[in-house]
Design a binder for this molecule. Structure first.
Ligand code: TRP
Length: 438
């Protein structure tokens, strides 16, 4: 069971390219470090539905999914410790996308930066405003909102260019909750100012669109060649060199500790030859990346291993997504016609959605209870008691003390990894309030 103190952190990478050093420094490395912090439940996923928006080459989407998954794993992501999955393995995500689509204003999507940038580009080219804009591009922020809200993420580590999307997800959560009750958790963007924006070979931001990248896991010799092609000024060996504005120095800085960076800056001042500086940069990067390369190459040669890891991750993710989606469907009125109908029973809708305890006896002769929500999803499951009276007393305690009774009863409860602590707590709280006559 999720401990109530745990903070949920979620991030995704679009699977439309081959990871480069900029992705490693800006996202992969920070994610792997963050996933090792105590008290954090991390979700990392391959955003392959998002890839379809900009990449319509099936082989490339598949290859990129493997490359990015292998990069994350080679960089040290532990799939036992985090929930690591592929977006398209979770059918609840497109389902939630639709529910969110219906509470999102078209005007809000009109104002999304990525969409507006396309409009500006079309205007500048004298084209029709919506030329080359698919409905997928327009809906991008809603799909991203579903990614985040599906797992009730508190924090989303992203680059500054994505802050608007997180704000839109907050708005979607607020609209949904206003209409249907407090179900969705508003997320916050997590911006790490220490994460470097890496320059590329030509000194501009390292980006696939500028074709100035250094591949993260190419062959060793390829990395050396790419580093040797970093653009520098024409100062001769012996002449002092500036670290300011030097792409070479900036890339070194992203891999070095303070002492190493100071020594490298001193070498610049002392007039190190560019060729030697590049060799030092290559060796410094290799020291970090080199040990990961064998694992990367192994995984690339064994896609079945990566596939099995992703399938296991999807099972963990769906253990959360499936019951949550059931609750959300119920909340919006997508319900079995036999589900207790608020308008027919005369009971208040709050009452008809109260969770209920059920006591029963198993074939092993012992006595059990479980707590289910209005849709029948199990929120709490006891272990066997010797006597029905003991089970009954545990239920009474939960009814009168609410979530506060959980700690004392842990020995009698089975862990349910797919039930989030907030869902259970709010269920117990509503029962306690009911019992207290509120
Ligand atoms: N839009 C992100 C990017 O292009 C990828 C992404 C998709 C994502 N869904 C997400 C990131 C949810 C964080 C949370 O980089």
């Amino acid at each position: 069971m999720t401990s109530p103190a745990s903070r949920r952190v979620l991030t995704g990478i679009t699977t439309s390219g081959t990871p480069h050093l900029g992705n490693y420094v800006g996202s992969i490395r920070a994610s792997v470090r963050a996933s090792r912090q105590p008290g954090v439940q991390s979700f990392y996923f391959l955003a392959d539905y998002h890839a379809l928006i900009k990449c319509q080459e099936p082989a490339r989407v598949q290859r990129s999914t493997l490359e990015i998954a292998a990069s994350w794993l080679a960089a040290g992501l532990d799939p036992e410790h985090v929930i690591f999955y592929r977006q398209s393995d979770i059918p609840e995500i497109p389902e939630l996308t639709w529910l969110l689509t219906c509470v999102t204003g078209k005007g809000a999507l009109n104002r999304a930066h990525a969409y507006k940038a396309m409009l500006d580009k079309n205007a500048a080219a004298g084209q029709d405003a919506d030329a080359d804009v698919t409905a997928g591009l327009f809906m991008y922020p809603v799909l991203m909102g579903a990614d985040i809200l599906m797992f009730s993420a508190h924090q989303v580590p992203v680059g500054r260019d994505q802050i608007q999307h997180i704000e839109m997800a907050r708005d979607m959560a607020a609209s949904f909750n206003h209409l249907y009750g407090e179900h969705l958790t508003p997320p916050a963007a997590l911006i790490d100012d220490n994460v470097a924006l890496l320059p590329g070979l030509d000194g501009r931001k390292m980006s696939k669109s500028y074709d100035n990248t250094i591949a993260l896991f190419g062959p060793r010799e390829q990395m050396r060649k790419q580093i040797m092609s970093i653009v520098t000024d024409s100062r001769a060996p012996g002449a002092p060199k500036d670290t300011e504005g030097s792409a070479l120095y900036a890339i070194y800085r992203a891999f070095a500790d303070d002492a190493e960076a100071a020594a490298f800056a001193q070498a610049f001042a002392d007039g190190i030859a560019w060729g030697d500086a590049k060799q030092q940069l290559f060796e410094r990067i290799e020291r970090e990346i080199g040990p990961m390369r064998a694992r990367y190459e192994h995984l690339m040669a064994h896609p079945e291993e990566v596939e099995a890891i992703l399938q296991a991750g999807a099972r963990k993710a769906r253990a959360l997504a499936t019951p949550f989606m059931r609750t959300l469907r119920h909340a919006v009125g997508l319900r079995a016609l036999t589900a207790q109908a608020a308008w027919a029973s005369g009971k208040s809708s709050a009452r008809s959605s109260l969770p209920t305890f059920k006591q029963y006896r198993e074939a092993d002769g012992r006595f059990y209870f479980k707590l289910t929500d209005a849709s029948g999803a199990v929120l709490l499951q006891s272990r066997g008691f010797d006597a029905p009276r003991d089970a009954g007393q545990a239920i009474k305690r939960l009814q009168s003390e609410g979530a506060a009774a959980l700690a004392a009863l842990t020995a009698h409860l089975q862990p349910l990894p797919d039930v989030g602590a907030p869902a259970l707590q709010s269920a117990l709280e509503s029962l306690r309030a009911e019992q207290a006559g509120n």
